[in-house]
Design a binder for this molecule. Structure first.
Ligand code: NIG
Ligand code: FE
Length: 418
């Protein structure tokens, strides 16, 4: 058994009792904190934590005699990390990314600056189809290499669990190539990786709309061997509610849905996702009260992607209204070449606060436990809870949750622990 003791933690943040898998309503604004703490890791999992012996720090009710329990029987040498007063927190969980892609879409950046909308760029054959052409020309090893650079970038910024989608193949060969690359990433990194089959991201070049929906349905048996989830871009100009129904019905019992909904229009994607037990419905830039109502009482996590609101100039999701209605909200990066070329979860948190008016703790829960929930990982990730994976960020001294979102570009990580 391996054992590591982290001592002198200035602030242990994100403590959540066992059994809480998501934070909803007013609970989204709360998380457990312990100043002046220790935490023990055994075999990669959180084994215990508590208050450091010695001065009581800023505790309101000082604990007269805190002790660190001696290391467990059977643990050989116990290594120690001196946190030097830094904050220890759960690593970021990013439940929505498209980081497996080839090349770049920087060529469209000027069109965008000159005023073309996401839909106009797509209608000219740019956008997702542009990425699809590039991806289908790129050998699998090279695609893996390019994608791993982004995975490493995300991990260096503190992401310890991520979801990655297919959706730039848009034909059976290309989609399976992407899913194999995601599997290879999963096998080669310490971060947790979940895989989503997003065949229904755009209509593949060689197909009519009807032919392609059928082709996606035909890909499901093979995709379900490689992927965990199925996604459909249920939005104006892409896939209809009826297409989504057909695809989700075909995937039933094989792949759990996570839906792209309500980015470009009020699409009905939320309702169809909830109906099919989606784990999450994502984007939600354009939602009415009907979507909020549809989500109440469901197991579906509304997930907002402020990076794409920023990059495309779309409205920001109504996160506060969702929370007021008793729902939880997750935030994710949507890292992709067309609408959010950035996987920085601290920037996501900052936008959650500045643009969506979330409190720093609400934003923190949105990028940790709720985002873990949105990819089926909150039993293992997203909080400081005994038994969960010790996938943690140790910061430099002087950091707290508010500062994470406020001073969102200052280097803060001393060490990411897996
Ligand atoms: O989530 N909206 C659809 N899909 C991606 C964008 C993909 C792309 O433009 O390459 C998104 O924003
Ligand atoms: Fe997306």
């Amino acid at each position: 058994m391996s054992s590591t003791l982290i001592k002198n933690i200035g602030l242990l943040a994100g403590i959540v009792p066992e059994g809480v898998l998501r934070k909803e309503g007013s609970a989204q604004g709360e998380t457990g904190m312990q100043e002046n703490a220790w935490l023990r890791i055994e075999d990669g999992r959180i084994a215990g934590f508590g208050k450091m012996p010695g001065p009581a720090g800023h505790d309101v009710i000082p604990d007269p005699s805190p002790v660190i329990p001696s290391r467990p029987e059977g643990a050989a040498e116990e290594s120690q990390i001196d946190a030097l007063g830094g904050m220890l927190m759960p690593g970021f969980c990013d439940s929505h990314t498209h980081i497996v892609y080839a090349g770049s879409r920087d060529g469209e950046f000027l069109d965008k600056i000159n005023g073309l909308s996401y839909e106009e760029i797509a209608a000219r054959g740019g956008g997702i189809l542009n990425s699809s052409d590039l991806l289908n020309r790129t050998p699998e090893d090279e695609l893996y290499r390019q994608s791993m650079a982004r995975v490493n970038e995300m991990m260096a910024k503190g992401t310890v669990a991520m979801e990655i989608k297919s959706g730039y193949g848009l034909c059976p060969e290309g989609e399976m190539k992407m899913l194999r690359v995601i599997r290879r990433i999963k096998e080669s990194v310490p971060a947790a990786v979940k895989s989503t089959f997003l065949g229904a991201h755009a209509i593949g070049r060689k197909y009519t709309h009807e032919e392609y929906v059928q082709a996606v349905i035909d890909m499901i048996p093979e995709a379900s061997v490689l992927a965990d989830f199925v996604d459909v871009f249920c939005d104006e100009g892409f896939f209809t509610v009826e297409d989504t129904e057909r695809i989700l019905s075909a995937a039933k019992g094989k792949l759990v849905p996570k839906i792209h909904a309500n980015e470009l229009a009020v699409s009905g994607g939320v309702q169809v996702g909830v109906k099919h037990g989606a784990l999450s419905v994502d984007h939600l830039e354009r939602t009415t009260d009907a979507e909020i109502e549809a989500l109440r009482g469901s197991s579906t996590m509304p997930t907002m992607l402020p990076g794409s609101s920023f990059f495309l100039g779309l409205p920001y999701g109504r996160a506060k209204d969702y929370i007021k209605a008793g729902l939880g909200v997750a935030l994710a990066s949507d890292y992709n070449p067309g609408s959010s070329p950035c996987g920085d979860m601290r920037f996501v948190m900052a936008q959650g606060c500045i643009k969506m008016k979330l409190t720093p703790v609400e934003a923190f829960n949105a990028v940790t436990i709720n985002s873990a929930y949105a990819m089926g990982l909150s039993l293992e990730y997203g909080s400081i809870t005994v038994g969960k994976k010790a996938a943690l960020i140790l910061t430099e001294p002087g950091w707290d949750i508010t500062k994470l979102a406020y001073q969102y570009q200052t280097p803060f990580i001393r060490k990411v622990i897996y």
